[in-house]
Design a binder for this molecule. Structure first.
Ligand code: FES
Length: 577
């Protein structure tokens, strides 16, 4: 019988599978119905493979193939792989918002890991929310854990042009509304944009979170960049399967990897890749699971001044295939090595510094040298003021420089439905230097903090040739989106934030340089307006959505459920029979 090498005790799974009694019979016998031999349970590590395959999560729909490579790797190394499903949060189809269900998927993952005879777990992540949800759940159990991402789609191509997931949807739809593209051409671009299995091929949220998993040290080098259909992706899966068995033997757990230096490394890397604003919320939530006190201000302090080196859409020109061929995330980390904590531990047992030995960049256009960055500051700016006392974020690399300091008149939309109903009304009273304000799109309000912060511009503004305006909300925005968009305003309007009190005609001051976001309305008037606020109702009177509404925290805390913060370990005191 093999043991945990650090304490010479039998592996955790032996509590289920090692008994020579009635319970041991039950646990082994049913598992044998798939053809597993006796020696599958002879004390070797049992590796759970947490698979978010779903045809309703198209970005992860190739996971039935990828999982076989991971299983082979586990078998190579002398482990027994057991695959299990968890709730799969697909970004494109789930209503009202995939983010509403991130915490549900995290709960599912946590309980599935804890409740089963698992010694270590491989998390199969891909589409945006599937990475944070699985990492959050696994972090709350703290068994040896390794992330395998599904990899991006091949570059999109349409009529001789390279097109990016999401980014070109926003661009083309604005072109249609401005009369620069006809709807037949628009629809014809669908097939060209998604040419292969995989997640979004831009540096959107999925690519950012795959990069975060690698930068945090939870995935093997190469995880972020190999396209889904590249044989290297399958090879990475196989090597990850082998490595998780070693991780179990070495008893290396997320709590040893997810320490403050790892988060600070990830924040800096997110700046260097021009990563998604969604990474802010997700990393705050992951940090909350392991008790590391990372705050919104750390994002600004640690990451804001990191130059954006990666020239990928939505901030730049290229796509994830190009990123892979240029050297991937390792090449980026090599370029900012002096900013990173080289001693941070990673799942391959080596430090960040070890992993960066000998790493090269193969294309300086895609991953730029430090002295030729895409933008001087790639990170996130955290804004505060009476409009966002607990913070709001803006991504300078995706914004228009001339709008970063702006004083304008608010044009308020009370909800997304109100916005959709009025945005293209020719009588809408709006000018290009106004500030579009959206309420009711935060964690409680939407519910689920939808990706609607990058509101499309009014048709009458587009027709003037204008392509950007300051937009402000308690929502998130897709990592594939761009523009001068102030997001994650906290507290949100539905939680009684000052955002709820903004009226059309108010003046708002945005100063990214001084990190200021101010509503120019005096306190007496705000107090008067507050008298008329009504108490919001939960979206449903019962079920998960009621629980979510009652317990979700604000964006500056990661929008986790308050009772899910922290690590609860993997102990299960009682037998189930
Ligand atoms: Fe799944 Fe973009 S929609 S990764």
């Amino acid at each position: 019988m093999s043991n945990d090498s650090t304490n010479n005790k039998p592996f955790r799974s032996q509590a289920w599978l090692g008994g020579v009694d009635r319970d041991g019979f039950i646990h082994r016998s049913w598992l044998k119905n798939s053809g597993l031999p006796d020696d599958a349970f002879d004390g070797r590590p049992i590796i759970g493979i947490c698979n978010t395959f779903s045809e309703l999560t198209p970005c992860n729909a190739h996971f039935r193939d990828l999982v076989e490579h991971i299983k082979r790797g586990v078998l190579d190394a002398g482990g027994t792989p057991l695959e299990f499903p968890v709730f799969s949060c697909g970004e494109t189809l789930l209503r009202p918002s995939a983010m509403l269900f991130r915490n549900l998927a995290a709960m599912d993952t946590e309980e599935a890991i804890r409740g089963n005879p698992i010694d270590g777990v491989v998390l199969m992540c891909g589409c945006d929310k599937t990475t944070p949800s699985l990492v959050m759940g696994a972090a709350s159990c703290d068994l040896p854990t390794l992330v395998v991402s599904g990899g991006p789609m091949l570059n999109g191509r349409f009529r001789g042009q390279e097109i990016g997931s999401g980014t070109h949807v926003w661009k083309f739809s604005e072109d249609v509304r401005a009369g620069k593209m006809d709807s037949n051409d628009f629809l014809a671009a669908e097939s060209g944009m998604s040419r292969s299995p995989g997640h979004c091929n831009t540096m959107g949220t999925a690519s950012s979170m795959a990069s975060m998993a690698e930068a945090l040290g939870l995935a093997l080098p190469g995880n972020a960049a190999y396209p889904a259909v590249d044989a290297n992706r399958n090879r990475l899966g196989r090597l990850s399967g082998r490595r998780i068995v070693d991780l179990v033997h070495e008893d290396i757990r997320p709590s040893q990897i997810l320490q403050r230096p790892a988060f600070e490394n990830a924040i800096r890397v997110n700046g260097a890749i021009g990563g998604s604003t969604n990474a802010v919320v997700h990393l705050l939530a992951i940090a909350g699971r392991v008790g590391v006190d990372i705050t919104l201000d750390d994002w600004d302090r640690v990451g804001h001044d990191v130059p954006c080196l990666v020239d990928l859409m939505p901030s730049g020109r290229y796509l994830m295939e190009d990123f892979c061929y240029a050297g991937g995330l390792s090449a980026v980390m090599k370029r900012i090595e002096n900013l990173l904590d080289r001693d941070a531990l990673t799942v391959n047992g080596h430090t960040v510094g070890d992993n960066l030995e000998g790493v090269e960049c193969y294309n300086d256009d895609v991953i730029r040298p430090l002295d030729q960055p895409l933008t001087e500051t790639g990170g996130i700016a955290v804004l505060r003021g009476n409009l966002a006392p607990d913070g709001a974020v803006i991504k300078p690399s995706a914004a228009s420089p001339e709008l970063m300091q702006h004083h304008g008149r608010a044009v308020v939309f009370e909800s997304l439905e109100d916005f959709k109903a009025r945005v293209d009304d020719p009588d809408l009273d709006i000018k290009a230097d106004d500030i579009m304000v959206l309420k009711g799109a935060g964690p409680k309000g939407y519910p689920g903090m939808a990706e609607v912060g990058n509101m499309p511009l009014p048709a009458k503004i587009l027709e003037q040739g204008v392509r950007d305006m300051v937009r402000l909300s308690d929502a998130r925005m897709s990592g594939t989106a761009f523009g001068t968009v102030v997001l994650h305003v906290a507290p949100e309007s539905t939680a009684g934030g000052v955002l709820a009190l903004v009226e059309t005609g108010d003046q708002i001051r945005l100063d990214t340089q001084s990190r200021e976001l101010t509503l120019d309305v005096d306190d007496a008037e705000l107090a008067n307006r507050r008298e008329y606020l009504t108490t919001p109702e939960p979206p449903m009177s019962g079920g998960y959505q009621k629980m979510y509404f009652d317990h979700v925290e604000q964006a500056d805390r990661g929008a986790d459920l308050d009772f899910l913060r922290g690590c609860r370990g993997a102990e299960v005191p009682r037998e189930n029979h």
